[in-house]
Write a protein that binds this ligand. Structure first.
Ligand code: FAD
Length: 397
């Protein structure tokens, strides 16, 4: 996508060159020429005294969409380990790519991460674009944005999936802006729109009161971030292989404006690490008061798990929002989810119903949570939890 420059009208004043924040306009033979890095931000349109520059008309494809092919998944890695969300997205990316009749590629960036490529092929990738270098040892917004933006300009993918993680939420919108496309953030589902063949991105809108399905018809790539744990990881098939494409790094040390000082250990925040926890003990309004969350925390610590909370408990100020599970909180998929004093509202279930085993403790035998639970205990959480904690302690001895 790019602005349109009428050569005959251009007087070669080069005002647009200085005005472009992306360096996307150059002078050739005293005429302004737009390059691939144009994002149609309009800064040049505003400064052109002879109105030689216009934007493409709204509603029309801003690029030749037939040039863009393939589904890409950005693979997040931390300290040389692939984060689960990348593999989950390869599983769903495979389905989307097959439905589009196109290839699935993984984008892997880091320092000395090539050995991870085999796991990406095993999880469904046909190709892996690999960018390695010390400048990518730790995630940095600048280095990773430049690397992926360059890849997109070179290889022109039709679709890019990223995890709605801290890094993905930082990186996705920045890249989308650089390449002049849209991004559907924080999706809770995705598929293919039968009529148009476009990716149908679903996400909560208007504060979670409706689920909106969003299409990106006129810009490429179609981009979205997807929450971890929305899709199951595919079973790896280690007999699969694919094409490894090494891409040279274009990032220079001066491009990176941040300096990593320290990495704080996740061990300190294990109780908040809901998305990767195998056990979650969650409390709701039925816990009665914030002090009673000590029981939830104790049980979670014994199980080596994380602490969750319903929105009612978060709104009451009993737990910080980082612990909220549900439609407007985190989507989790632990092996065991223990819901304590939580009624089972649809918005809460939206964030935890894919847990392998759900155990509910509630004093109301008719509470909706029991319909979703694999095991239920009808009783007062303040009586049941201490017994449960004691019994599990005995088992652990
Ligand atoms: P309640 O519904 O009040 O349930 C408390 C339960 O505790 C009851 O079932 C009661 O029987 C039981 N109980 C009480 N005392 C005891 C006891 N001593 N022992 C055992 N059981 C006891 N909610 C979320 O959780 N996450 C979200 O992300 C979320 N997003 C939302 C988005 C929107 C747009 C809207 C409108 C709502 C959202 N909600 C969300 C709120 C949701 O609708 C519910 O209001 C909320 O989940 C209720 O929390 P709760 O189950 O803790 O409280």
């Amino acid at each position: 996508m790019a602005v349109i420059i009428e050569k005959e009208q251009c007087v070669g004043c080069s005002a647009c060159v200085s005005a472009c924040p992306f360096g996307a306009i150059v002078m050739e033979d005293d005429k302004a020429v737009v390059t691939d890095t144009c994002t149609v931000c309009g800064a040049c349109v505003d400064v052109c005294a002879v109105t030689a520059i216009t934007r493409p008309a709204a509603g029309e494809p801003a690029v030749d969409t037939s040039e863009y092919k393939g589904v890409w998944v950005y693979i997040e890695q931390f300290q040389g380990k692939v984060r689960s969300v990348g593999l989950e997205l390869l599983g769903q990316g495979r389905i989307v790519a097959d439905a589009m009749g196109q290839e699935l590629a993984a984008v892997l960036i880091g320092d000395d991460v090539a050995p991870l490529a085999k796991d990406l092929f095993a999880s469904g990738a046909d190709k892996v674009y690999l960018i390695e270098g010390v400048e990518y040892k730790h995630y940095s917004t600048d280095a990773y944005t430049i690397a992926i933006t360059d890849l997109i300009h070179t290889y022109k993918p039709a679709v890019i999936l990223m995890g709605a993680t801290n890094d993905g939420r930082d990186l996705g919108p920045r890249i989308a802006c650089r390449v002049g496309t849209g991004l559907t953030a924080d999706c809770t589902n995705l598929g293919i729109d039968e009529e148009s063949g476009l990716v149908a991105w679903t996400r909560p809108a208007f504060g979670g009161n409706i689920m909106a399905t969003i299409l990106c018809p006129n810009h490429r790539p179609q981009m979205g971030t997807v929450r971890p744990n929305v899709f199951k990881r595919p079973e790896p098939d280690m007999s699969r292989s694919g094409e490894l494409i090494r891409v040279a790094s274009k990032v220079k040390a001066a491009d990176i404006r941040t300096k990593l000082i320290e990495i704080l250990s996740l061990a300190d925040t294990a109780s908040c690490n809901l998305e990767e926890a195998e056990f979650i003990v969650a409390g709701g309004r039925g816990m009665g008061k914030p002090e009673n969350f000590a029981l939830i925390e104790e049980l979670a610590a014994i199980l080596g798990g994380a602490v969750g909370a319903s929105r009612a408990a978060v709104d009451a100020g009993w737990k910080p929002a980082i612990h909220q599970v549900g439609q407007t909180g985190k989507t989790v998929a632990p092996k065991v989810y223990i819901a304590c004093g939580i009624s089972g509202a649809i918005q809460h279930l939206a964030g935890m119903s894919t847990s392998d085993i759900i155990i509910a403790i509630n004093k109301d035998a008719d509470a909706p949570i029991f319909k979703s639970a694999d095991f239920g205990i009808v009783g007062d959480v303040l009586e049941v939890l201490p017994i449960l904690i004691e019994e599990i302690k005995k088992l652990k001895q």
